[in-house]
Design a binder for this molecule. Structure first.
Ligand code: ATP
Ligand code: MG
Length: 884
């Protein structure tokens, strides 16, 4: 079976068991403060398990793009070194939300593996949770009995809490699990050592392929477990490992999932995978063919490489790949981006988004590669300097903080530093490096530290109703709250059953406003809401007011009220963003797609794919077009709950990497002009925006530009400020009729004055020179001038010394001067004297500088020093006279 067929067979099998097949969520996690990237199939369904939403079906199956490179699951360091852990992999999964439980999950898993995929039964092992007395959870008898009806007892293994008890996080749903392992060794190997003894022992051919999780408990913040009201199934099977088992290979990389990429790498490098003397060459090929998937799909789903957070994780993966190619496959030039087309082709029917953005992804990776190769070069140079410095002092260990600095500031990977060090008979101070790293981690942990209590549930509710599209004020109830300690203080997180507050999403900031206890008419205590954020599907209202517990607990009906002024400005900026995107696509081309967006009540910021600077001319055209549409006063046409396919077929613009539900909301301002999938808030008609004005345009990263603009009042304010500035300038220039001409003539005048000053200064120096030559002391082997002089700048000392050198042989000249109260010294020694006597201007000036409380240096024939005590100048010069 090919990998395509294997994936399809999985989905078909569960469809036949009445599962709804859904698309993978984007790799990049949104609205989940605990996750940067989706790292398991269940991540996109969290809300259903937490009871914050209702699934579209009680049985679901899919293949999910997962990335395990940060947080709880981080396999990065193993990738390439072993043959079955990836950064990005596909997790095939089937779910029951309060529907079937252990019996069906176990029977179907077995049926699929042995009857559809025809994996040999005598090569499969299963595990069952042995129980944990500390948690008071018993042995999973039910799973044991079910498995015993299918396989021999000798194939069932008891597993401990670490391997066989799954938890969503520190708190939340959890339960025992059953894993299925497969033994892929040769018959001879099997005869020698039983597979059972190798399960969960890191053997590369005895690996876990499927994990069936049975959620039946909830973990509270105090560590206790309570039974869940309804039980769920969550399974995850590693697709690439499954392919290895079915295709009878001993490494994931030998399957058709990776072979295409590896073949291209062989052609590019001239090396054959599996036939290299240098063991790291094979590792490099695995690393690269793995990492290109993670990097390409992350960029496709909207996570560009950058210097912070998730972007930095992606940049590090990219650099790890490039680095392996550079060190072990001889790639000195960018190569990594050349693998994108291979992947785009391979996944064009599964994850079509990569094919759609093939060119963009390729260019982003190419630019990253180029800049990293430059970093590598400058890092190598720095390392050279460091090592030669150490060598001079007879040291052959590179200090830990230096290694850390190279990795942290220069992006220079530690293992590369170690490798190069080894080549030059150096070693690195590994412990020192680890200390520096731990220190930094500690700092960033402290920065991020947040401590939350359990949610305090106040009343039953059935999902949150968002009413903010239609109302600015609603009657609601508080359904739960919690307290969160952050670095800046304590916050209350409050959830309402219905709310007009928009929670930060799709670039639009969250609403602010207030909760008033009691009805609109009664009024009561007011609670200020400073922000509203989404946590999965929950709308979390954030308040920094103090001591709210009893008020929240006792509140009955409340009035939730947003700051409507602020919201109106936000709306203008959001609609303007839509009008702007359509105008950009008209003026710049349809390749312009959204790569990031942020808007609040003051400004709108928009990142988009485009490969050159947007010229002033183009900006003007876009601006004109947007303002034209504002004046047309187009009415908003908002459609809710449109089936997604219908919307896309009608030509609606969607953003890559956004996760859309089955039903979407459409925001239309003239169907022929602006037609977008959007959950944000918008003005009822474009005229309300007033006016639109760009304030900046620039580059964010390779292939991505950023513009900022303002609307309405803010735009007016900006224009007014500019007008005021102009008026001030006019006043300063005494109200000329032609302002530009007046400024031009000022500039001209200035430059001619500068020329005149330079000429005068030069005359002064020439006169000074004559006086100095007259006062020169003549000795047999040298001519000495030591003098305090009056010159316009420190540079003049150099000019003076150099001009005298051209005039006088065997010159030694020491000058002192004061520039704006600061003492300066210079020492010049003719080069032939330096060569003959070994005198050194640099050393002399340092010594003299002590008198003026300063320091300096330079070359053996000319050096300068600055200081802070001008009263010492004379002493310094007297001292100089005694030196020669
Ligand atoms: P392992 O112990 O092998 O790392 P795990 O316990 O981390 O696996 P789960 O979190 O249970 O794995 O994930 C479910 C399945 O996903 C596993 O059975 C395995 O087939 C697959 N899987 C997990 N991590 C990876 C990875 N880094 N690369 C490829 N497949 C993986
Ligand atoms: Mg793991």
């Amino acid at each position: 079976m090919t990998s395509h067929q294997i994936r399809q067979a999985f989905l078909d099998f569960f469809r036949s068991k009445e599962h709804l097949i859904v698309p993978s969520a984007p790799l990049v996690a949104k609205n989940d403060p605990t996750l940067m990237f989706n790292n398991s199939g269940m991540a996109q369904f969290k809300d259903f398990f937490l009871g914050n939403g209702t699934p579209p079906s009680r049985r679901i199956a899919d293949t999910q793009k997962c990335l395990r490179v940060s947080g709880k699951h981080n396999d990065l360091e193993d990738v390439g070194f072993d043959t079955y852990h990836h950064t990005m992999f596909e997790m095939l999964g089937n779910w029951s939300f309060g529907d079937y439980f252990k019996k069906e999950a176990i029977a179907w898993a077995w049926e699929l593996l042995t009857e559809v995929y025809k994996l040999p039964k005598d090569r499969l092992y299963v595990s069952v949770f042995e129980g944990d007395s500390k948690d008071g959870v018993p042995f999973d008898q039910e799973a044991w009995d079910l498995w015993k009806g299918i396989v021999g007892e000798d194939r069932i293994i008891l597993g401990n809490k670490k391997d066989n008890f799954w938890e969503m996080g520190d708190t939340g749903p959890c339960g025992p699990c059953s894993e299925i392992h497969v033994d892929l060794r040769t018959p001879a190997e099997v005869a020698e050592v039983s597979g059972k003894s190798l399960v969960n022992n890191d053997h590369p051919q005895v690996v876990e392929i499927w994990n069936l999780v049975f959620m039946q408990f909830e973990r509270k913040a105090d560590g206790s477990l309570i039974p869940l009201p309804s039980t769920h199934v969550d399974t995850g099977m590693g697709f690439e490992r499954l392919c290895m088992a079915i295709q009878q290979k001993t490494s994931n990389y030998d399957t058709d999932v990776f072979q295409n990429t590896i073949q291209v790498l062989e052609t590019l490098s001239g090396k054959k995978y599996g036939q290299n003397d240098e063991p790291f060459a094979d590792i490099a090929m695995r690393v690269i063919s793995d990492h290109i998937r993670a990097v390409s799909f992350a960029i496709t789903d909207g996570q560009l490489p950058s210097n912070v957070k998730a972007g930095y994780v992606i940049r590090r993966i990219l650099r790890r790949a490039v680095r392996y190619g550079y060190s072990y496959l001889g790639f000195q030039e960018p190569f990594f981006h050349k693998l994108v087309p291979v992947l785009a082709e391979q996944f064009k029917d599964v994850f079509t988004e990569l094919k759609d953005q093939e060119e963009f992804v390729t260019r982003v990776i190419l630019e990253e590669e180029k800049s990293f190769l430059r970093t590598l070069e400058s890092g190598l140079k720095r390392l050279d300097v460091v090592m030669s410095g150490l060598k001079e002092n007879g040291i052959n260990t590179i200090p830990g903080d230096e290694v850390f600095e190279l990795s942290d500031t220069f992006g220079f990977p530690v293992d590369l530093t170690a490798l190069i060090a080894r080549e030059k008979s150096f070693q690195i101070d590994e412990t020192g490096f680890q200390d520096a790293l731990a220190e930094q981690k500690k700092r960033s942990r402290q920065d991020a530290a947040k401590e939350a209590t359990d949610w305090i549930e106040l009343r039953e509710y059935d999902g949150v109703e968002f009413l903010g599209y239609d109302f600015e004020e609603t009657h609601s109830h508080i359904v739960k709250y919690r307290k969160v300690k952050t670095k800046t203080g304590e916050e209350y997180h409050i959830v309402l059953d219905r709310t007009p507050f928009y929670a930060e999403m799709g670039g639009q900031v969250g609403d602010t406003g207030e909760l008033v206890l009691g009805t609109k008419e009664e009024g009561g205590r007011r609670i200020a809401i400073v922000d509203t954020k989404k946590e999965n599907d929950l709308f979390v209202h954030i308040s920094r007011d103090k001591d709210l517990d009893s008020a929240l607990q006792e509140a009955g009906i409340i009035t939730a009220k947003i700051d409507i002024d602020r919201r109106n400005k936000i709306k203008s900026n959001h609609t303007a963003t839509h009008l702007m995107l359509s105008s950009m696509r008209e003026v710049l081309g349809t390749h312009v797609s959204q790569k990031g967006s942020f808007l609040n009540d003051e400004v709108l910021r928009f990142d988009f794919a485009h490969f050159s600077k947007v010229t002033d001319e183009e900006l003007k055209k876009i601006e004109d077009r947007v303002n034209e549409k504002i004046r047309e006063n187009i009415a908003l046409d908002e459609r809710r709950n449109v089936p997604i396919q219908q919307a896309l077929d009608a030509g609606a613009t969607a953003t890559f990497g956004e996760k859309y539900g089955d039903f979407v909301r459409l925001i239309i301002f003239d169907p022929k002009f602006s037609f977008e999938l959007c959950g944000g808030t918008h003005v009822p008609s474009t005229g309300e925006i007033g006016v639109f004005k760009f304030i900046s345009e620039g580059s964010v990263s390779a292939g991505v530009r950023r513009v900022e603009a303002v609307t309405g009042e803010k735009a007016l304010e900006l224009m007014r400020q500019q007008e005021e500035t102009l008026n001030k300038i006019k006043d300063l220039l005494k109200g000329p009729t032609d302002l530009v001409k007046a400024v031009e003539s000022l500039i001209e005048e200035r430059s001619s004055l500068q020329k005149k000053i330079a000429a005068l200064e030069n005359e002064k120096i020439q006169a000074l020179k004559t006086a100095l030559v007259e006062n020169m002391e003549t000795h047999s082997t040298f001519n000495l001038i030591v003098q305090k002089v009056d010159v316009p700048s420190a540079d003049s000392l150099k000019q003076l010394s150099y001009e005298l050198r051209d005039q006088i042989e065997n010159l030694i000249a020491v000058f002192g001067t004061e520039i704006s109260g600061k003492p300066q010294l210079s020492v010049f020694i003719a080069e032939n004297i330096v060569a003959e006597t070994g005198l050194n201007a640099g050393k002399i000036v340092k010594d003299l500088a002590k008198e003026i409380r300063g320091g300096g240096g330079g070359q053996p024939f000319f050096a300068t020093a600055g200081g802070s005590d001008a009263s010492g100048l004379d002493t310094a010069l007297e001292k100089a006279k005694t030196l020669f």
